[in-house]
Design a binder for this molecule. Structure first.
Ligand SMILES: Cc1ncc(C[n+]2csc(CCOP(=O)(O)OP(=O)(O)O)c2C)c(N)n1
Ligand SMILES: [Mg+2]
Length: 891
């Protein structure tokens, strides 16, 4: 055929009609399975015949579940609508009242307005509460929908009018309600913090996976409990939101349901004005192997769709971009007729019988309880894959002129009297014109139909939610025996603190009480930390066991995957690993199981990379141990700028309930771990730990008598000066691997310069700082009482000499305590970019080795007039220090 002159033939309508009719008849006579088979064979045939079919993971812009396959709605739709309307009103009243009292206090109306049906169908028919007999479903509520969740809890009698009035006024007498879900602030209500967008979808995936882990390891019974995560369509732009969706399908997490509230808008405007966010998400999730259910159109559309035998309507629906759809929301029925249906006379004919007003009232799927129920039921029953429900809604639904579908709606917090009246009338709230403007919260009488229905539904589903309860019993043993060997030192054998920690982990895994509770978590770094021996002993968790013979099966430490494997080997995802840490560290509440997570990772990729997850972990009262491995700017040789961590302990300062330690010796780690387990799992304290461990091998000394308290508080005297009567005195502080440099400096000072220095191990600058500011505050507020003394000051009382601290972290870390030291504190630290080099060169470059500690000490003595400047000058020469070397801070 001559390509140049080939003109494609127009497809005749009748031709299409024939194809469609024959498919319909197969469907009718033989069912969906056969119809699918034919379609698949046709597609294969087309490919073989050379027809280039474009790949598409999309289905048409239509509801996934056709009307004829919809289950019966089991509830009383009228009553449920009335209850939902009251919740809508109270949520709106709460936000508008708060902003009348306090301009700019904030709050959101439009998110919940769009999501109300999505939540109410869940509350009335699906979300099962936790009880003594059933673990309950886990629900991540969209953070900005919090007003609606509060409004429901108010109807349920769980929150008072006063609390509602004090929305976003948490410090008011009697207490208020926090802006968003924060378990730290409302520990009896909220379970999961969700408002930092993108975190909750990823946390939900790992939570669902962790639930399976607990089941496969026999720590909890197998149940059909679900994890529901509600998210915004704009929120899916956060990389974390979709970042782990393949894990969910790979793991066949049919206990996981995402509901994406597709109101097509985010804060500033449309999510995809020029495209279709729903289709985009569908292809991403389908491509990742999820079951995708779209609920786009409400029941009013069904008869119109039914009349459309040619598929023209669905085609038209698929052509519109989201910006156009948004315009339709704010437009009149006449406009909808002209613009949407008017594109084809045959479409116009479909809606001929409907008046304009009816066109305006064609609901979207996410606002139709029948459609939402059908989707939830299908998701609940779906086997073998996670489900995502893409529900089309209108942002600010019901706000009318005040914001429905408008770009400004996200920020709308004030309604005028007319707008309030309109909202009241639209949702049938029994308030008079006079009453409306004072925004009363409305709660029907206890014995009203609405209240009885609402309570009965929740009773049938096991109780109210969200509700957070600590369900675990404290652990019993004190583990003295377990940790004893580590208090005794390594008898000259050189080990790193990482190796020492792994030794402790190995012992904990064997402990009769806590052994099974330990959850080691690694993002593809087990070999880096010398943990590979654990692969074999406790196994790597895999929901399918091991379907292959590992390549190293003949070796002692082979890569053993097992269904009851204990290690969570997450692969290269610190975000995923910390999500597992959060799931395991909060199981004491979620499941009543004291799992103890140990998440060990490259310390630079912790706070620096996933700090917001750590913040969420803190908010959630997560318990457990974060271990920053191969830590220290100069202790990790060779790796250079990206890997060498001098930051994490500074970043750890910001997390209030985190205990951060930079220990140098095995016994220090042992003391911290033992005490941590006691505090978190025995005493139930809502704290968690960050401990840095290093890879520099050295002999581990035995614990000096009486050191425990100081180790935990943050500092203790490790090695006093040999010559206590010397005239020149110093107090030297060291931590982590730099402590050994300090000890060497102590010797040089003694032998070469006649300076007697005491050496302190500072295990936690954060603790010292926190103690200092607490004491300061107490003294400020109690001027009439005997002043308290910070721990640092107590330690140094009567100790003589100049003060010098050296750390492998930024100088600001040791500098923080200087206001509570009796004299000036000179600080050495590792500000600047790392380099690939040896430890020795790095410590020279960053000026934290023993020589620089000596120089700093002599300089301090010179400042006090106790030695001459020449002594310092000569020492610089003697110790081969180049005074004109590059400045690490700026080079
Ligand atoms: C990580 C993060 N970035 C930014 C915000 C601020 N923010 C709050 S709501 C919002 C828009 C939300 O849009 P969408 O996810 O579509 O939710 P909707 O309210 O439309 O349901 C933004 C940007 C946030 N909470 N978290
Ligand atoms: Mg949105």
């Amino acid at each position: 055929m001559d390509q140049e002159t080939y003109v494609p033939r127009q497809i005749e309508d009748v031709e299409i009609q024939e194809w469609l009719e024959s498919l319909d008849s197969v469907l009718l006579s033989s069912g969906a399975e056969v119809a699918r088979e034919i379609m698949e064979r046709l597609r294969a045939h087309a490919t073989i015949s050379g027809i280039d079919l474009p790949f598409s993971a999309n289905t048409p812009y239509a509801n996934t579940i056709p009307a004829r396959l919809e289950p019966l709605f089991p509830g009383d739709q009228q009553l449920e609508r009335r209850i939902k309307s009251l919740i809508r009103w109270n949520a709106l009243a709460m936000v508008v009242r708060a902003n009348r009292l306090e301009h700019n206090i904030g709050g959101h109306i439009s998110t919940y307005a769009s999501a109300a049906t999505l939540y109410e169908v869940g509350f009335n028919h699906f979300f099962r509460a936790r009880s003594s007999s059933f673990e309950g479903d886990t629900v991540y509520f969209q953070g900005h929908a919090a007003p609606g969740i509060y409004a429901r809890a108010f109807l349920e009698g769980r929150l008072s009018v006063e609390q509602l009035v004090n929305f976003r006024r948490e410090l008011k007498p009697g207490g208020g309600l926090s802006s968003y879900p924060h378990p730290w602030l409302m520990p009896d209500l909220w379970e999961y913090p969700t408002v930092s967008m993108g975190l909750s979808p990823l946390m939900a995936i790992y939570q669902a996976r962790f639930n399976r882990y607990l089941e496969n390891r026999g720590l909890k019974p197998v149940t059909d409990a679900k994890v529901w995560a509600f998210l915004g369509d704009g929120e899916t732009d956060e990389p974390e939101s979709l970042g782990a969706i393949t894990l969910a399908s790979r793991e066949k997490l049919d206990n996981l349901i995402f509901v994406v509230n597709c109101n097509l808008q985010r804060l500033d405007g449309p999510v995809r004005g020029n495209g279709q966010i729903i289709q985009e998400l569908e292809s991403a999730f389908r491509g990742a192997g999820w079951n995708v259910i779209k609920i786009l159109w409400g029941s009013e559309w069904d008869p119109i769709i039914e009349r459309d035998t040619e598929g023209l309507l669905v085609k038209r629906m698929g052509e519109m971009v989201d910006g156009e759809y948004q315009k339709l929301v704010v437009s009149s029925g006449a406009y909808i007729r002209q613009f949407f249906f008017g594109s084809d006379p045959r479409l116009l004919k479909l809606v001929d019988p409907l008046p304009d007003e009816a066109l305006r009232r064609l609901r979207l799927g996410g606002h139709d309880p029948r459609k939402v129920y059908a989707a939830y039921k299908a998701a609940f029953e779906h086997k073998g894959r996670p489900t995502v429900i893409l529900a089309r809604t209108i942002k600010g639904y019901g706000l009318g002129e005040a914001g429905e579908g408008k770009n400004v709606t996200h920020q709308q917090k004030k309604l005028n009297e007319d707008e309030l009246r309109e909202f009241r009338s639209r949702f049938g709230i029994p308030l008079s014109d006079e009453d409306v403007n004072s925004l009363p919260f409305y709660r029907p009488a206890e014995d009203s139909e609405e209240m009885r229905y609402l309570k009965a539904r929740r009773e049938a589903l096991g109780g109210y939610m969200p509700q957070r309860k600590v369900r675990s019993a404290p652990i019993v043993a004190d583990h003295d025996e377990l940790f004893r060997e580590f208090f005794e030192g390594s008898e000259g054998r050189e080990v790193s603190t990482t190796m020492a920690f792994v030794g402790m982990l190995r012992k904990m895994l064997k402990d009769p009480e806590i052994g099974k509770l330990v959850v080691p978590i690694v993002p593809d770094e087990a070999r880096t930390f010398g943990m590979e021996s654990l692969f074999r002993t406790v196994g790597i968790y895999s929901s399918v066991g091991q379907r292959y013979e590992p390549v190293d099966v003949n070796t002692l430490l082979y890569y053993k995957e097992a269904k009851n494997g204990q290690i969570l080997e997450e692969g290269i995802t610190e975000a995923g690993s910390v999500a597992s840490f959060i799931a395991a560290g909060s199981a004491y509440a979620t499941h009543g199981i004291n799992t103890i997570p140990f998440f060990i990772y490259y310390s630079m990729f912790g706070f620096q990379r996933i700090a917001d997850f750590i913040w969420a972990a803190a908010d959630m009262r997560t318990r457990g141990f974060l271990l920053g491995g191969t830590a220290g700017r100069t202790t990790l040789a060779g790796e250079g700028l990206q890997h060498q961590d001098g930051n994490s302990h500074v970043l750890a300062l910001s997390v209030p309930n985190l205990r951060a330690y930079d220990p140098a010796y095995a016994y220090e780690i042992a003391v911290i771990l033992q005490d941590g387990i006691r505090r978190m799992y025995k005493e139930g304290e809502n704290i968690f730990y960050y401990i840095t461990v290093m890879n520099e091998p050295y002999a581990m000394p035995a614990m000096p008598a009486g050191a425990k308290e100081g180790i935990l508080k943050g500092m203790y005297k490790l090695r006093p000066a040999a010559e206590r009567k010397a005239k020149l005195r110093a107090q030297l502080f060291g931590s982590g691997a730099i402590l050994n440099e300090v000890l060497r400096a102590q010797e040089i000072l003694d032998q070469k310069f006649g300076v007697a220095a005491d050496v302190w191990s500072v295990t936690s600058y954060k603790n010292l700082y926190t103690d200092g500011i607490e004491v300061e505050r107490w003294n400020r507020l109690h001027p009439d009482e005997t002043p308290r003394v910070p721990y640092v000051t107590q330690c140094l009382e009567g100790e003589q000499g100049v003060l010098v601290a050296a750390s492998d972290y930024l100088k600001v870390l040791p500098s923080m305590i200087s206001k509570w030291t009796p004299r000036r504190l000179a600080t050495l630290g590792t500000d600047g970019f790392g380099r690939s080099e040896t430890r020795e060169s790095l410590r020279d470059f960053f000026e934290v080795d023993s020589r620089f500690i000596v120089i700093a000490t002599l300089h301090e003595l010179a400042q006090d007039g106790l030695v001459g400047e020449a002594t310092v000058q000569n020492a610089i020469k003697d110790l081969h220090i180049n005074p004109d070397k590059p400045n690490p801070v700026s080079s």
